[in-house]
Design a protein. Sequence first.
Length: 81
Amino acid sequence: MNDENWKEEYKRWKQGLKSFQLKLLENGAQSQNQQWLINDMWCEWKALAIKRKLNKIAGSSLLIDDPWEEKESKAVQAPFE
């Protein structure tokens, strides 16, 4: 986890980045709105980096899930009598 190369790590870790996001990461912001987008990506990178570090410390047996991340709900079916 290194703040100097966060953009490269973010590109590796985050799949499916839009072309404008990649362009912002490579060229930098030209407006305040673009800087807000970069800041949002940095915050997401920081959260991913912390999560990866905690998982590494805890070992592979304990995975920390984000409680706000949407997951598929598995419907429980009652057995038929």
